[in-house]
Design a protein around this ligand. Sequence first.
Ligand code: PXP
Length: 240
Amino acid sequence: MRLAVNIDHIATLRNARGEQEPDPVAAALLAEKCGAAGIVCHLREDRRHIKDLDLARLRQAVTTKLDLEMAMTRELQQIALKTKPELITLVPEKREELTTEGGFDIARHFDVLTEYLKPFSAAGIEVSLFIEPEKKAIDLARQAGADMVELHTGLYALKENGEEQAKELQRIREAAVYARTLGLKVVAGHGLNYGNIAPFRDIAEIEEVSIGHAIIARAVMTGLEEAVKEMLRIIQENRS
Ligand code: PXP
């Protein structure tokens, strides 16, 4: 199974001070160097983390696969067609949410969506739809012209009861198998972390997982020790 790393929260941290560090592009290159198969970023309407310039720089730097998560707006369509990521992932977006809260409602937007996707296939950009792990959504994704579906694992991640989590995992597994029978590529993401990812290894139909928050949160903690020690080394060094 491949790993795509979402680097949005490197930008969140950078934006907290309005300065240049940490740089999401440097983080993307590091993730690629460590074996990530792709880099994911979400250019939100409010630009709360990734900014337009980040996206342009990521396009220049990323050599594996750039996946641009975006809402179905005209503005983002133009930006995506100009930037040419290898893949776009359409997600529902609400201004007030802290993160994407659920799958895309294809039934509600079917006609608009089908038209919206056409220029992407013409431009050779693959399209993924972030959906709930449900047959109906998968059928509609296929009919609308998507190449891929990203199955929403947020509910799975939230379940604390083992039995309920196993049930949700089974729903995801069945959805993955079904999507593959329709010829769709299948990835999964949202809320996946070091403690809940293991069962996904056994779902062969899921080719890739998209993970952001858990990896960036872990990186801060695992890197903190070295960062503190290095600062101490400098301030405690004998004066020259
Ligand atoms: N997939 C999609 C479609 C998302 O919107 C997000 C969050 O940006 C992720 C995956 C990654 O989720 P998390 O940060 O919880 O790993």
